[in-house]
Write a protein that binds this ligand. Structure first.
Ligand code: PLP
Length: 481
């Protein structure tokens, strides 16, 4: 399996070559030269597999440069009932991504695919835990080390830290805006006592943190000397790890070949739904891929009108589904590349208008006409929608959902088709977002037992000024170079 860049770069890269990298050398994103195909017989033969072995079966199509026995060992160590049982003891693999039926609506079943049972109670654990084990494996082989520098406003940072804690050859240096995260989010990150986890609370906002990461990453000699890397959402292994639960969701919702299901995906950086697009391109019988946005509706605008106009940081709304507060969806380029028929020159043109005019308009083009062939539909949800949906799902079905999942349910309901099960991806547990749950239900969300009182645990972090040189000095102090 060879990988290429969306901007035309075509070196014969393998999975392991791009695992630790971000952008391709030409500034594009990596994609496989072609999508491996799933046959109906193959899918049927996977019905009895554990999640770990299903992950092995899917990943081995993309990572054929990793010896099969090693890859299987990695997936079996990653996807255990112990890691994905949100703290409940036990080893019941069915808890990893359970499918729950809410009820009959619009002539079909509205279902929730639970992706939030990992250590940080959000779907990012699904991919990040795998990445931790893959990184440790490749670094052990090469004898290299990696210092992951990141900026977080909550979910990604804690998922990365919980995935990398205690891993040999890896250190995480995570910047977060001092005093801006919820006490639960702070506790999830700052209570980690592992030597290889470094939490820096930056006196500034999230954009300041991100600017520092960018500035450090631009200093190529510093980056090389201190082996600085990132684990942002464009990482190919993260995307491909997410393909697995689309396959698992399909297997759980169907009982025979060719049956179609739809997925509704609360979207920000387009990483999650991009994995759905890849699963569909591999031949998984997916009817619709519903892109659900919050008030930050760049993607909804594109799928409805063909106009793509990313917003500036200043135009980005702070919403009650904060993990979707994204102005420019970093994985969107992967879908655009397929939409323009994998024509890197055409994609280059689009990105030139993006740079020069701040956007582009595909309305009326044959490319935009093809969107329905890819199964994409979209919708936008607001704070009032989230509150109403959390309340309604609780009243009707006795299930409490988080605000991101509520965006997914809100938009899914506008796209139900008779006889086609609609699987909404549950991207976080409500315990992480207590405030809006209190507003909607007048009560606290249930918290998994292992998370009771985590705010009281001892915390380890350093408060630092929003200053690039100061952060560089701290990195150097840790690497000792
Ligand atoms: C990251 C995140 C999203 C958005 O996922 P993308 O892959 O960025 O589209 C949605 N919900 C939650 C809870 C998240 O943490």
């Amino acid at each position: 399996m060879h990988y290429q860049s969306t901007r035309g770069h075509d070196l014969p890269q393998h999975f392991s070559d791009i695992l630790l990298g971000g952008l391709a050398p030409d500034g594009g994103l990596y994609l496989p030269a072609e999508y491996p195909q799933l046959t109906a017989e193959e899918l049927e033969s996977w019905r009895e597999l554990s999640y770990a072995d299903l992950a092995f079966a899917v990943l081995s199509k993309f990572a054929d440069d990793i010896p099969a026995a090693d890859l299987q060992d990695i997936t079996r160590r990653t996807y255990t009932g112990e890691v994905y049982s949100n703290g409940r003891a036990g080893d019941d693999a069915s808890l990893i991504t359970p499918l729950r039926t809410l009820g009959e609506e619009g002539g079909t079943e509205l279902q929730l695919l639970g992706l939030s049972n990992g250590p940080t109670l959000a779907f990012k654990d699904m991919a990040m835990q795998l990445l931790g084990n893959l990184f440790e494996y490749t670094l052990a082989k090469s004898g290299d080390e990696l210092n992951i520098l990141g900026a977080t406003s909550g979910d990604t940072g804690s998922a990365a830290e919980h995935a990398m804690r205690g891993k040999t050859g890896i250190r995480v240096i995570m910047l977060s805006p001092h005093g801006r995260m919820s006490s639960f989010q702070r506790a999830q990150m700052f209570s980690l006592q592992d030597d290889n986890i470094v939490n820096l609370a930056v006196e500034g906002n999230f954009d300041d943190c991100q600017d520092i990461v960018k500035a450090v990453s631009k200093d190529a000699p510093f980056k090389a000397l201190h082996a600085v890397g990132t684990v942002n959402s464009i990482n190919w292994a993260r995307v491909v790890a997410q393909v697995v639960y689309y396959v698992h969701g399909w297997l759980l919702a169907t009982d025979g070949p060719g049956q179609k299901v739809s997925f509704s995906v609360p979207s920000g950086n387009f990483g999650n739904v991009c994995a759905g697009h890849i699963a569909r391109s591999m031949g998984l019988p997916i009817d619709q891929l519903v892109v659900a946005t919050n008030e930050n509706d760049v993607l909804d605008e594109f799928f409805r009108t063909g106009v793509y106009r990313p917003r500036s940081a200043a135009e980005t709304h702070h919403t009650s589904s904060p993990s979707m507060d994204i102005s420019k969806a970093s994985n969107f380029e992967r879908f655009l590349y397929d939409l323009v028929g994998q024509d890197a020159t055409r994609l280059g043109e689009l990105f030139r208008s993006l740079d020069e005019e701040g956007g582009f308009d595909l309305s009326g083009t044959p490319e935009f006409e093809r969107i329905s062939e890819f199964g994409f539909v979209s919708g936008r949800s607001t704070h009032a929608d989230r509150v109403a949906t959390i309340r309604d799902v609780h009243e009707r079905y006795g299930v409490t959902i988080d605000p991101h999942t509520a965006d997914g349910v809100t938009v899914a309901r506008r796209h139900l088709r008779e006889g086609v099960p609609m699987l909404v991806l549950e991207t976080a547990l409500p315990a992480k977002f207590a405030e809006i749950v209190r507003e909607a239900l007048g009560e606290e969300p249930e918290r998994p037992e292992a998370f009771e009182g985590i705010e009281g645990l001892e915390q380890r972090f350093e408060i630092v000024p929003a200053d690039v040189d100061r952060i560089k000095a701290i990195i150097a102090q840790h690497t000792g170079r």
